[in-house]
Design a protein around this ligand. Sequence first.
Ligand code: GUN
Length: 282
Amino acid sequence: MPAHIIDGKALSQTLRADVARRAAALSAAGRQPGLAVILVGDDPASAVYVRNKVKACADNGLHSVLERYGADFTEAALLQRIAALNADPRIHGILVQMPLPSHISALKVTEAIATHKDVDGFSVHSAGALMAGLPGLLPATPYGCLKMIESTGQPIKGRHAVVIGRSNTVGKPMALLLLQANATATMCHSSTPDLALHTRQADIVVAAVGRRHTVTAGMVKPGAIIIDVGINRDEAGKLCGDVDFDAVREVAGWISPVPGGVGPMTITMLLVNTIQAAEAAA
Ligand code: GUN
């Protein structure tokens, strides 16, 4: 029997309904949750992402402001804008879209965002809180992956989870979240000599590499949960993930598609984080 599809769009809709309900409750108390999104430069993909984030706010009852600046906007000016938004009581979350132009330090910028408004969860403080098992705002993509794994109804505790990719934004926080859920977490990456050796033992695989067909059918344990974070293009220009979807779905128990898997969840978890920040402020 082919794998169950983990429908990120459907799960997003369920979670967004809860976001909208909580946003309405905050708004009724005169505390509408607010997100500030800053885009510097003219990267077309980033422009699409920020537009989608702002639209998701409007669709679910959150206030949002989009600030767009040219590629020559200075680091000092950006830090000044962040300081103003840190002090703005109508703003509960601040997101500076990455990548930034090379003359701006992404580290300085993420560190300038007030910890309680760090809805991307990219700051050293947020990463440290996750590492230490303390409450905080979680990076949206791995948080969304965790929700997708939980949506299968399968236990995470005691299972072997393999995360492929060690980025600060996905791989590392993902492994920590799985560890916190009492999985045995293994991290694999580009220098892992025999990736299949690990993935074949995995009850849960999260692929976050950015390379097509990184996970093939022969690398998957029958019945496993497969989460595909990759966004790639095949020869025909069609969107695809890191997993060989058609072949792996014949072996896995659950699999997330690309598109329609992790993608919609990332913006949803940003909304969840903004609501969480607004509720904490209230
Ligand atoms: N660029 C690509 N994904 C993201 C994200 O989740 N947050 C920010 N700030 N920039 C990104």
